[in-house]
Design a protein around this ligand. Structure first.
Ligand code: 13P
Length: 249
C-alpha cells in the first residue's frame, strides 16, 4: 500500500508573516498520521514556515529550484540552499512555470536529476491543455512528458519521486477533472513508469492529482487505485485544506 501524499502549492501567495499565521492556523487542522503532508511555499517563506511548523506533521517544500549546482544565475535558488535548511520536497515543472517561465521537458529533467542528487523528492508535474484533451492526445502527451522527465533517473531514484498529474484546464478554474478522467491518466502514467522501469518501481511511485481539488472532491479522487493524493492550489490556503488532508476521516 502506497502512503498518500497531500501537498499544498501556495504559488505566489503569502508574505512571510502571513505564512507564519497560515501555518499556525492550519497546524491543528492537517494532523493526520496516515498521510504525508507538504506545504510548498515561496522561497522567502520557507524558513519562517519551517519554524512555525516545528513539532507538527507538516513538511515544508519549495515551489521551484535551479538545475545548476551554483553560479551566475541571478534570482535562482539551488538544491544545496534548500537542503541546507532541511527542505525535502520541491515542485518541478509546474504548468505555470512551463507557461510563464519557459520551462521545458528538458529543463524539468535536469531539475529532477539535481533534486535527486541532493536527496530532495521532486514533485514532477505533467498535464495536458484543453486543446490536447479535445484532440484525444492527452495520454500520448503526458507519456512524452514523463519519459523525458525520467531520462537518466535510476529505478531506485524513481521510487523516491512523486508525479503530479495536473490537467491545465482544471487548474484554478473550479473545473475539476472527473474521477474517471483523473484515474485514467494516473493509471496511464503508472503504466508508462512500468514500461520505463519495472512493476516494482511502478507500484512504489506516488501519483497525485491536481486541479481544483476541494474538500468535496478529494475523498472520491483519493479513493482511486492509482491516485495517491493531491497537489492543491487555492484550497491549500484555507482551513478547507484540513478537510482535504483528512479526506479519509
Ligand atoms: P488549484 O487547486 O487552485 O486548481 O491549483 C492546482 C495547482 O496548480 C496545484 O499545483
Amino acid at each position: 500500500m502506497r502512503r498518500k501524499i497531500i501537498a499544498g502549492n501556495w504559488k505566489m501567495n503569502m508574505t512571510p508573516s502571513q505564512a507564519v499565521a497560515l501555518v499556525n492556523e492550519l497546524k491543528p487542522l492537517v494532523a493526520n498520521e496516515e498521510v504525508d503532508v507538504v506545504f510548498c511555499v515561496p522561497a522567502i517563506d520557507i524558513i519562517p514556515a519551517m519554524e512555525a511548523a516545528k513539532g507538527s506533521n507538516i513538511n515544508i517544500g519549495a515551489e521551484n529550484m535551479h538545475f545548476e549546482e551554483s553560479g551566475a544565475y541571478t534570482g535562482e535558488i539551488s538544491a544545496s540552499m534548500l537542503t541546507d535548511v532541511g527542505v525535502k520536497y520541491v515542485v518541478i515543472g509546474h504548468s505555470e512555470r512551463r507557461e510563464y517561465f519557459g520551462e521545458t521537458d528538458e529543463t524539468v529533467n535536469k531539475k529532477v536529476l539535481k533534486a535527486l542528487e541532493h536527496n530532495i523528492t521532486p514533485i514532477i508535474c505533467c498535464g495536458e491543455t484543453l486543446t490536447q484533451r479535445e484532440q484525444g492526445i492527452t495520454i500520448d502527451f503526458v507519456r512524452q512528458q514523463i519519459k523525458v522527465a525520467f531520462l537518466n533517473v535510476t529505478a531506485e531514484q524513481a521510487k523516491n519521486t512523486v508525479i503530479a498529474y495536473e490537467p491545465i484546464w482544471a487548474i484554478g478554474t473550479g473545473k475539476v477533472a472527473t474521477t474517471e478522467q483523473a484515474e485514467e491518466v494516473c493509471a496511464a502514467i503508472r503504466e508508462c513508469i512500468r514500461e520505463i522501469y519495472d512493476t516494482d518501481t511502478a507500484e512504489a511511485i506516488r501519483i497525485q492529482y491536481g486541479g481544483s481539488v476541494s474538500a468535496a472532491s478529494a475523498p472520491e479522487l483519493f479513493a482511486q487505485p492509482n491516485i495517491d493524493g493531491g497537489l492543491v492550489g487555492g484550497a491549500s490556503l484555507k482551513p478547507d485544506f484540513g478537510k482535504i488532508v483528512n479526506y479519509n476521516k
